[in-house]
Structure formats: C-alpha cells, structure tokens
Design a protein around this ligand. Structure first.
Ligand code: PMP
Length: 394
C-alpha cells in the first residue's frame, strides 16, 4: 500500500472527503507535495503558522531545548525556565490585569480551563455563549459551540448553558447575576469572519462587569497579530477577565493558554479540590518554540503591515461571483454564491497549487488566513487565482 492508502486505512480522518495531499516539506509561505509540486499556503494551518512554516528561529529553539531537557513533571510544580520566560514575555505585552498564564496543549483545553476557573471563582454555574461560535471539540467546548445540530448529536452536554445572538444588543439582557461567564470570540472566525460592532463588545463588557460575570474572550484564532493588532480586543477598547489563546501560540507546535489575573487563578490551587491538571501543558520544548515564534512576530514587526495586506486582498477580490468579502486583518471570508461554487473554486485553487478551504459554519465562504509574512506579489498571485477559478467554475 502507498502512503495515501495507508492514511485512508490507519489514520482517522476529519471527514469522508479528506484532501489527502501528501506533503513532504513546508517552509515560509509554501508546502511541497510528494511529486515536488509547490503549494502556496493561504490558510496557515488554520491560523497557526503566523510566522510561516518551520521558521528557522522556531526550529532552532526546539532543538536547543530538546537537548537541554524535555518533559520533567506535571504543570505548575517545578520552575522551568522556558515556561517562566514565555509567560513573563506574554504578560509584558498584555494589560496588567492579565498577569498569570496557564499553558495548555490545545485551544479546547484552554476553553475547558477557563470555564472551570469561572465556576470556581464566581461560585456560579451558568455559562453563556453565542450562536455560530466555535470553541473546540471536547465535551465542554462543544457544549458552548454555536451550532445546534452539531451539539444535539452529542447530548447530554454540560447543563446551564445559554446561546445568545452575537452582536445583538437585546440578547445582552439574558446576562444576569446568575451568570458565571460569557465566552465570546472577539471576532467570530468559523462563522465566516463576523466582526462585531465596537459598541456591542463594549456593552457586553459593561454588562458582565455590572452582573459580576467574567468575560472570557476566545482569541485562539484571531489573536497573535492576525487581526492587525497583537490582540484583537485592543481594537474594541475592552479588556477580558480571561483571555484564551491557542493555534499560533506555539509557533507551529501544539499549545493553548488561558490567561487571567494572579488572584483569580489562585482559586484553582485551593485544597481540597484542585483545579486543572495537565501532564504536558507548558511543555518546555513547546514553550521554547512559542517564545521564539512570538519574538519573530514582534521583532520582525509582522503585525504592522497586516492591515495594508488586507486592503490589497480587498482591492483585488472584486468579481460578480464574489457576493461579499468580510475581514479584519488577515482573517478574510470571501463569500461565493453557494457551497457548491465555493467547493469548485477551492478545488481549482488546490489543483493549481494554492491551499485554501471553507469555514465550518459558512461553507459558502472561501478562507484567507495566510502566514502574516505573505508579500504583495503572493497576494496578487493568490487573488488572480481565486478570480480565475471564479471565472472558470461560476
Ligand atoms: N476556539 C477557536 C476560535 C478556534 O478556532 C479553535 C480551533 N479551530 C478552538 C477554539 C479549538 O482549538 P483546538 O483545535 O486547538 O482545540
């Protein structure tokens, strides 16, 4: 059996129609398949490779730390310098109230940790989330996922959860003094890039403060520069009580985090019931990789050009087959007539050497979320190909 056959036989798949390309190398903006074909990556492993694939500084940090030590002990017992350094650096770039980092292995685990923390800290149980949100695939994260059909397939879920309409002022009335926390994506990603009104996020913040409810902002997909600022919440003039990070946080390695203030995080350590345990969270090699990636993001000033790059995409992506383009920074949804048309456009692009896909809750939208290092020429090339595909298949 060849590798593709072995993949189909022994590796669990995401759907009944996996892409099934065999990639043998990736670097910067590109991947290469087993036949040596070069593929321009327009989705960065779903907003993971913000500094590009296998950045040399990240690779070097992994090698250096692996030679020093790898796993030592469960999280939060030993002083491990890669964890200390990365947590310290992150908090230096966050508001003073977000000064304590709990590193996890994934975004979903960060969501779980934050919901547990909110319950313990507030002593309340109700959790509020929004329609069309995606927060992960574990049972807890799925319970707050904003797609009813999907949730229903996995009942029973966590109790005491409400889903509200995102970006709706009326829905905020449902947040009361019974609510432990509200979990919201600062910008909804899998909904097909839904950017909320600034006034709405500010009203949400105010309502949470007034009712003693913690505001948990999920920036797992939109954080770390993707929206054109280091943190998306900066653009809305609010500060969450708990910030969730993941995806790009590990520089291409698996990592998430929930970040709160020291006093709040302390409740997870209160005996006799401990809080949140992880064997591998904050793994030293991954902290070293994440720290190297974070430094590249800042030192190479990759974020300041994000909005200009977004404008180039918006300028080029004009065609009758494109119904709408929604974006914030390099998180862009290109709305086609239907999923069927979008699928043909995506297949055309992949065939011609450019990787893109659709959004979970907006399958009619083509996803653009490239590494932030994408240059002008690559943007033009990508848009030309999308337009060519739209002309050919629409
Ligand atoms: N929140 C958001 C906004 C996400 O986009 C994702 C992943 N797509 C998650 C949470 C879950 O992260 P993970 O897949 O690392 O568990």
């Amino acid at each position: 059996m060849n590798n593709r056959q072995l993949f189909l036989r022994h590796v669990a798949q995401l759907s009944d129609a996996p892409l099934g390309l065999e990639i043998v190398k990736a670097s910067g903006m590109y991947m290469w398949d087993a036949d040596g074909k070069q593929i321009l990556d327009l989705i960065a492993g779903i907003s993971v490779c913000n500094v590009g694939h296998s950045h040399p500084a990240v690779v070097q940090a992994i090698k250096d730390q692996a030679e020093q030590y790898m796993h030592l002990l469960v999280y939060g017992e030993l002083v491990q310098s890669p964890q200390v350094a990365f947590a310290t650096l992150l908090t230096q770039h966050l508001p003073a109230s977000l000064d304590c980092v709990y590193f996890t292995n994934s975004g979903s685990e960060a969501v779980e940790g934050a919901m547990k923390l909110a319950k313990r800290y507030t002593g309340k149980t109700e959790i509020i989330a929004f329609n069309n949100s995606y927060h992960g695939s574990t049972q807890g994260a799925m319970s707050i996922m904003g797609d009813e059909g999907w949730r229903n397939a996995y009942r029973p879920l966590l109790p005491d959860i409400q889903h509200l309409e995102y970006n709706s002022f009326e829905s905020l009335d449902s947040i009361t003094s019974r609510t432990a926390c509200v979990v919201a994506e600062t910008v909804q990603a899998e909904a097909g890039v839904r950017v909320p009104q600034k006034e709405w996020l500010q009203a949400l913040r105010a309502k949470c403060t007034a009712t003693g409810t913690l505001l948990v902002l999920d920036e797992i997909q939109c954080g770390l520069g993707r929206n054109g600022t280091l943190w998306a919440f900066e653009q809305f003039g609010i500060i969450p009580d708990i910030l969730l990070l993941g995806k790009a946080l590990g520089g291409g390695m698996p990592m998430g985090a929930f970040i709160a203030n020291r006093e709040m995080m302390w409740v997870l350590t209160n005996n006799p019931v401990l809080g949140h345990m992880t064997t591998f969270g904050g793994h030293p090699v991954i902290c070293a990789a994440g720290m190297a990636g974070f430094k590249v993001l800042l030192e190479q000033d990759l974020i300041s050009s994000v909005k200009a790059k977004e404008q180039l995409f918006l300028k080029y992506l004009q065609h009758p087959a494109i119904r709408a383009v929604r974006s914030l920074g390099l998180m862009i949804a290109v709305e086609m007539e239907s999923f069927a048309v979008n699928k043909k456009v995506i297949d055309y692009c992949i065939d011609k050497g450019m990787l893109t896909d659709w959004f979970l809750f907006a399958p009619e939208c083509l996803r653009i979320a490239p590494p932030l290092i994408i240059n002008e020429e690559e943007i033009k090339q990508a848009c030309d190909m999308i337009l060519e595909a739209a002309r050919t298949v629409a």
